[in-house]
Design a protein around this ligand. Structure first.
Ligand code: PLP
Length: 377
């Protein structure tokens, strides 16, 4: 075998997405710059319409990032101090930060270890019997982690009975489905991050939220800009969280490549699955009925350091999503309420998960190199 003279394959490569559509993106940026209008204009409105149409909902509202998309939905629904929002600890810290941004209390539930998503049974149990000493649970934020759906069916039944909204955190799940329906269309509203590495990524920060509730969308659109309905006059208390025209123009181009990009991710995942067959490592478990879009392809390793070293020696970058559960991070430790399961599966997963390179621009040669390394596990 030849010595590995090739360069490192990074775990994520947002620049590759730009290069793949460079001419179109450069033209879109020039169009936005030439327009002389840089915040909340034609590009932003067009992106909102195109994104809503792609998703299959009536309304989308652009904003500054995915964290704000979650917080804006919470504000729009009137969630704030004196209320609890149930979510998970095995997620980007942003999910929990958004709950605290609006003054509500996060309640962190455990995950189903097969899919790394919220344990639906635990949610049902805390809705039935809320943990003592907590403000009432007024919303739930399930996270469709790594590109795969939560066990949304029982969650929707339980929240409907409780009369509380479900806010889908779709930051890693653009285009994913459950029983043939797009994630983000099943709850009350959905938040999407447009961070550069996400399945739909800007070339800077961005976020978008979507809902079929016209009145909610109108309220949130006002809240994102100081609570203005009329310029300079705040009808309600708001914030500043806008999507700029340059990012919106870029996102309009990127949106046209999203479905093909997800299909490519699925093909790469199938190649990795085949490479792992017969090794000591299991391919990621798929939920029945879930159309997984592989924001991340996550291995579960008893000896993660050894697997990481094996891949690094073959020039393959890896990442850990996420190394420390939110409830064990300094900012949240010892003060954030947990569900009855105590996030035991969450803590275990944090020590074992490992993400390998996953993006549509991986070349066939790179995928083959990664498969060759996976076969050696
Ligand atoms: C990326 C991400 C967010 C936050 O998005 P930003 O755009 O970085 O604010 C929220 N939730 C999850 C699950 C994410 O992966």
């Amino acid at each position: 075998m030849n010595a590995p003279t090739h360069s490192m394959i990074p775990q994520a490569d947002p620049g590759a997405g730009y290069r793949a559509q460079k001419a179109e993106i450069d033209a879109a940026v020039a169009r936005a710059l030439d327009s002389g209008w840089y915040i909340l204009g034609k590009e932003g409105t067009a992106f909102e319409q195109e994104f809503a149409a792609w998703l299959g909902l009536s309304h989308a509202v652009g904003c500054a990032n995915g964290t704000d998309a979650l917080a804006l939905i919470l504000r729009g629904l009137g969630i704030g101090p004196g209320m609890t929002v149930a979510t998970v600890s095995h997620t980007a810290v942003a999910t929990v930060a958004a709950v605290e941004m609006v003054g509500a209390t996060p309640l962190l539930l455990d995950i189903d270890p097969d899919t790394y998503t919220m344990d639906a049974d635990e949610l049902v149990s805390v809705l039935d019997e809320p943990p003592p000493g907590l403000p009432p649970i007024k919303a739930v934020i399930p996270v469709h982690l790594y590109g795969q759906a939560c066990d949304l069916g029982p969650m929707l039944v339980a929240t409907q009975e409780a009369g509380i909204p479900v806010i889908e955190d779709c930051a890693q799940a653009h285009g994913a489905t459950l029983d043939g329906k797009r994630l983000g269309t099943l709850g009350t509203a959905a938040a999407f991050s447009l961070y550069p590495t996400k399945n739909l990524g800007a070339l800077g920060d961005g976020g978008v939220l979507a809902t079929n509730d016209a009145e909610l969308a109108e309220r949130i659109a006002a809240i994102r800009q100081y609570g203005w309905r009329d310029r300079y006059i705040s009808a309600m208390v708001g914030v500043n969280s806008r999507l700029d025209e340059v990012q919106a123009a870029i996102l309009r181009v990127k949106l046209t490549a999203l479905d093909a990009g997800n299909a490519k991710r699925q093909a790469i995942a199938a190649a990795y699955d085949a490479a792992l067959a017969g090794t000591s490592i299991e391919a990621p478990i798929r939920r029945a009925g879930a159309g997984h879009v592989f924001h991340q392809y996550v291995l579960r390793c008893d000896d993660r350091a050894a697997v990481q070293a094996h891949l690094k020696a073959q020039g393959i970058g890896t990442g850990i999503h996420y190394p420390v559960p939110v409830h064990l991070q300094g900012a949240y430790k010892d003060r954030t309420p947990l569900g009855p399961a105590g996030c035991a599966e969450t803590a275990k997963a944090a020590g074992e998960v490992l993400s390998v390179p996953m993006y549509p621009e991986l070349t066939d040669g790179q995928v083959e190199r990664i498969c060759e390394a996976l076969r050696g596990l």
